[in-house]
Design a protein around this ligand. Structure first.
Ligand code: KG4
Ligand code: ZN
Length: 312
């Protein structure tokens, strides 16, 4: 039983083939980062046009790497929401048309459920119930997931997403898009500093206050004619960004008494986040699941996996 996955919701064009045991036969990803870097962020219209250019060659390469032809595919899963409307439409229409032409089922997949499924692809022993922290460029959500992979939203952001805050702070510091990896490389966590924000709202995430506090600090330093200490600013921002995720997740782990935690989405690649959550989970007796590095960002294998799991 082979599932073809398609992902085009933002700036990655990806096609993958997985089997019913969640083995990845291929997971081809073409990133448009280099194209959008010139604009400091993703330009929706350019993203959609590039998906149209890329989708057929990426499909061919995914079939080639899996060593199969189209007739071997049993079902097609594609991201149908959320995402940049023009971009997500390319994969959605392409996948649905292909499924129709082959007379096989089409599985519409929520991109966020795809990130969640990256955890199952990375860990064959993963079996909910669990809490799942989704941290990406567009979302910061804590879900409760039951045995049937049904999700209940516990907590989301009142304003910006955590990845978005990384990207915006990086932009002001002159670090290239996407800002997350750059900030994480630049930050020196061994420096001592006073956290720029000490209190976070209860029972919700919020990143606009932290972003503004960092931007105000940067402007203030510049006005005083001081040279910015990038290693320290990045460390301070990263500390506060992750501290809030830890605090909220701890609150809901205690409330629900659930003993498994999954973290997924682009920001789950962050090394400092991984270290801090590992320590907290050890201390709380909670089992921690993280995606393998190449499944943290957007990819089609996770979309195929969400289709197979039927996450609702
Ligand atoms: O999941 P993803 O690839 O796309 C969305 O669905 O949004 O997440 C992209 C986000 C970007 O904001 C990027 O800056 C952030 O993930 N990111 C990171 C790291 N790698 C990617 N943030 C912090 N540290 C990282 N190492
Ligand atoms: Zn994503």
């Amino acid at each position: 039983m082979l599932t073809l996955g398609i992902e085009t919701s933002c700036d990655e064009t990806s096609v993958a083939v997985i089997d019913e045991k969640f083995n990845i036969l291929s997971n081809v990803i073409i990133s448009q980062i280099a194209i959008h870097q010139a604009y400091g962020g993703v330009v929706p219209e350019i993203a959609a046009r590039n998906h149209i250019e890329n989708i057929l060659p990426v499909l061919d390469e995914a079939l080639h790497q899996a060593n199969i032809n189209l007739e071997k595919i049993n079902q097609i899963a594609a991201t149908t929401q959320p995402g940049l409307p023009g971009a997500v439409m390319v994969g959605r229409v392409f996948g649905k048309s292909l499924a129709n032409a082959l007379s096989i089922p089409f599985l519409p997949v929520n991109h966020l459920h795809g990130h969640m499924a990256s955890l199952r692809l990375s860990h064959s022993d993963l079996q909910p119930p669990m809490l799942c922290l989704l941290v990406s460029g567009g979302h910061t959500i804590l879900y409760q997931v039951n045995e049937k992979w049904e999700t209940q939203l516990l907590c989301t952001t009142a304003d910006d997403a955590v990845g978005e805050a990384f990207d915006k702070v990086a932009r002001v510091l002159g670090l290239a898009y996407p800002g997350g990896p750059k900030i994480s490389k630049t930050a020196n966590m061994n420096l001592s500093f006073t956290p720029i924000l000490k209190k976070f709202p209860k029972s919700t995430f919020s990143y606009s206050g932290l972003k503004t506090a960092v931007l105000n600090y940067i402007n203030h330093e510049k006005q005083q004619g001081k040279t910015l200490n990038l290693a320290e600013i990045c460390a301070n921002f990263q500390f506060c960004a992750i501290e809030q995720l830890l605090e909220r997740t701890r609150e809901y782990l205690e409330k629900t008494q659930i003993k498994s935690l999954g973290i997924c989405g682009g920001v789950s690649a962050n090394q400092y986040l991984r270290e801090r959550f590992k320590l907290m989970c050890e201390e709380m007796g909670v089992k921690l699941y993280l995606p393998i590095p190449n499944l943290c960002g957007d990819n089609a294998a996770m979309i195929a996996a969400a289709g197979v799991l039927g996450i609702k």
